[in-house]
Design a protein around this ligand. Structure first.
Ligand SMILES: *Cc1c(COP(=O)(O)O)cnc(C)c1O
Ligand SMILES: [Zn+2]
Length: 380
């Protein structure tokens, strides 16, 4: 098991959580051959840093790649990678599963995370599956409503008063002391689990562009590493252009990228409807910046209005995503208009999580009232 810091280059033989320089660490590049197999874990068996504990799987991954009608208007071939159908309705399950495989093997009796949304539910569910305790640390402002979807799995949910930004680092420190394996947003096993998204896409087609909603940067790094490993293994010829998409109201990575900076800075007063991608100081921000520069990739921002419109358009095609997950489609429209994405190219947008998680700001449409006696008229 070899881990390397993508920023300072330090190497580790132990599965550390982060580099001593403060940046995330990542596993070496795996070069291997795929096999025939039922699940993505089995088909890409030699690409994981640890044996996936298949008995702990809840059926994460192997999600549909759906050809979208929306591409037609824009003149591109558009495909939607529908991650909303994962066991807890977001792609987080892929990473949680691999990290839980490690935690169980390493003998941990408890796992944890710092999150209020999709990651919290995912870690709580896999802890239940594996018979581990779950410690979920949430911010003071987390709503009771959201926490129901976490505590239902039997997790200990702890509301922490204090600086939410510091919680990420405190949790790693205390986790080590108390024997709780924290599977935070860019935990190295979690990031590895996300590679499966790239593998599955490549099994079906070779995209020119992949649009990736980006918050902590863990998802972006995982998909990037997946495609890089496919290329290094000789399984694809060219890397697609990856596009990190952020909400205008919280876009520390795109801002640093646009200003040519090497390091991200905290995004003050973040404000966006896309709560799942509202990390104002993303722990993998610098690592994502480095990838964008190294490979000539892109960063794009979208407004809340554009996000809501894209959410409606996706629902109009039968797929209900949460606002964060509609950002890819919102960005696509702008990038086609500006000519940055050319016509007739193949584009994949990652639909990261389900709209049922954020019903409170979803607008229902076309609800009519009708008396039973006049039902025939109402139906006409
Ligand atoms: C976590 C999440 C993201 C962003 O993933 P990061 O790894 O934090 O960049 C995007 N969309 C949804 C729905 C998420 O839950
Ligand atoms: Zn380092």
């Amino acid at each position: 098991m070899k881990l390397k810091c993508p920023i300072c280059g330090a190497e580790y033989d132990e599965p550390v959580q982060r580099c001593s320089c403060g940046e995330p660490v990542e596993f070496e590049i795996f070069k291997a051959e795929p096999y025939l197999g039922k699940t993505v874990w089995e088909r890409f068996w030699d690409f994981w840093p640890i044996e996936p504990a298949m008995e702990l799987s809840l059926g994460e991954g192997d999600t549909p790649l759906v050809k979208s009608r929306l591409g037609k208007e824009l003149g591109v071939k558009l495909y939607l990678k529908n991650e909303t159908v994962n066991p807890t309705w977001s792609f987080k399950d892929r990473g949680t599963f691999l990290a839980v495989s490690y935690a169980v093997k390493a003998g941990y009796k408890a796992i944890g995370t710092v999150s209020t949304g999709n990651m919290a539910a995912s870690v709580a569910a896999y802890a239940a599956r594996a018979g581990l305790e779950a410690k979920i640390l949430v911010s003071e402002s987390a709503s009771d409503e959201k926490l129901k979807a976490v505590s239902v799995y039997g997790a200990d949910v702890i509301r922490v008063k204090g600086d939410y930004g510091r919680l990420y680092f405190e949790s790693l420190k205390l986790g080590e002391k108390l024997g709780i394996y924290f599977i935070n947003s860019d935990n190295p096993f979690r990031v590895e689990g996300y590679k499966g998204i790239a593998f599955e896409i490549a099994e079906e087609l070779t995209p020119d562009y992949v649009l990736i909603p980006t918050s902590s940067g863990g998802l972006f790094r995982g998909i990037a590493k997946g495609f890089i490993e496919l290329k290094e293994s000789g399984l694809i010829e060219e890397l697609p252009t990856l596009i990190a998409v952020q909400a205008e109201g919280c876009s520390p990575i795109c801002r640093a990228f646009g200003e040519g900076k090497e390091k991200i800075e905290r995004f003050e007063n973040p404000k966006t409807i896309a709560k799942a991608i509202a990390n104002s100081y993303p722990p993998s921000g610098n690592a994502v910046l480095k990838l964008l520069r190294e490979f000539g990739w892109e960063c794009a921002t979208v407004s809340d209005g554009e996000i809501l419109e894209a959410q409606r358009e996706l629902a109009g095609e039968g797929i209900f995503v949460q606002p964060a997950s509609a950002t890819g489609i919102a960005a696509l429209k702008k990038l086609v208009e500006s000519g940055e994405i050319e016509e007739r190219t193949k584009v994949v947008s990652i639909l990261t999580g389900s709209g049922l998680k954020t019903l409170s700001h979803a607008k229902g449409r076309n609800v009519k009232e009708c008396q039973l006696e006049s039902l025939e008229d109402c139906l006409r």
